[in-house]
Design a protein around this ligand. Structure first.
Ligand code: FE2
Length: 342
């Protein structure tokens, strides 16, 4: 007899009880109402590490890991020295899930700002506990990354790219393919002002051609991801029209953003495009937990905090921030594999 959906959901995702326990253990600033603990699943055996569920993934973005701000090349009046600690806390949260994800996907902006090699060395240190737990890590680049230092330090988490010079990957999971595109357009330091550390966004002709060819020849559901939105990459209509693409995930905006992409009124086809929070920097702080079912994917939003523009002493926290955390945490969005009306 199939297990009831509600029970299955609760088993595989962070529950409100897990969340509150995590907040208490980690000292997360947001005060949450102690309501809704309806989880009936048995507590995990503390003597045994949680088992890995092959149908579970975590998706993180915009980690912005780096050395103290005071040591950065271009300093502002903001201090981001809390970020590394936030990333470390969220790594612990992933490891403390009732069932651990088989994969963690990172959608770029691993570096704090300038894509320095020392940022990636620190990222390797902070994320290694996931690898040590048997979780597969797969990354791509964001506009604050630089490919040469990133590959030099984190090459083991980039995989074999089918596109030369890009951090593109296809991860074959039991029920779908996870496609990570590399949307970084690196600035030319000789011609462009690099003081802000920002690159631009583009897929390039070779990667766009590879994606088109892959999607035309696959019969498996595909979830396509990049650091930037499908709109800014100019592939939103292609994603909608492709029969196997069930959704699009992106980072960059540091916000939970639930959008619908559609091609035209005539086609009656659409997909969901979901923006991920920052893992450690500002605005929505958290990650997504993705579970595969036979007919769809579901993403649960794990909202850990809300910072704007940087972490603030508790007495200065706005009531709205805590409301945002409480309202967004645990929301679920779905990505049906079948895109057409029956
Ligand atoms: Fe970012």
């Amino acid at each position: 007899m199939p297990m009831p959906l509600e029970r299955t959901d609760k088993e595989v995702c962070l529950t409100r009880r897990d969340f509150l326990r995590g907040c208490a253990l980690a000292g997360v600033g947001a005060a949450l109402p102690a309501v809704g603990d309806t989880d009936a699943a048995p507590a995990p055996d503390a003597a045994q590490p949680p088992a890995i569920n092959p149908d579970l993934c975590a998706v993180v973005s915009d980690l912005h890991i780096g050395k103290p701000w005071s040591e950065q090349k271009f300093r502002t009046d903001r201090s981001y020295d809390y970020i590394n600690g936030t990333v470390a806390r969220l790594v612990k949260d992933i490891l403390a899930m009732r069932f651990r994800p088989a994969c963690v996907f990172a959608l770029g902006d691993v570096s704090l700002c300038f894509g320095e090699e020392r940022d990636y060395a620190l990222a390797e240190e902070l994320l290694r506990p996931l690898e040590d737990a048997g979780i597969k890590l797969v990354m791509t680049a964001g506009n604050h990354d630089r490919r040469i230092p990133m590959k030099a330090v984190l090459g083991k988490w980039l995989g074999e790219s089918p596109v030369k010079g890009r951090f593109t990957s296809v991860t074959r999971l039991p029920k779908f393919d996870m496609i990570l595109l590399d949307s970084l357009k690196e600035p030319n330091p000789e011609n462009e002002d690099n003081s802000a550390g920002r690159g631009g966004c583009e897929l390039g002709a070779e990667q766009t051609g590879w994606l088109k060819d892959f999607l035309e020849n696959t019969d498996r559901p595909a979830l396509v991801c990049a650091h930037h939105t499908a709109w800014s990459l100019g592939i939103n209509k292609d994603m909608v029209k492709s029969p196997r693409v069930c959704g699009f995930l992106h980072g960059h905006n540091h916000s939970w953003q639930d959008n619908i992409l559609f091609s035209s009124y005539g086609r009656k086809t659409m997909i969901r495009m979901l923006g991920l929070p920052s893992m450690g920097m500002d605005r929505d702080v958290g990650f997504g937990v993705l579970r595969a079912f036979p007919d769809r994917l579901e993403m649960a939003k794990i909202e850990r905090d809300y910072y704007f523009p940087v972490k603030t002493p508790p007495q200065e926290r706005l009531p709205l921030w805590d409301a945002i955390v409480a309202e967004r945490h645990g929301q679920r969005v779905s990505f049906p594999f079948e895109k057409l009306a029956s």
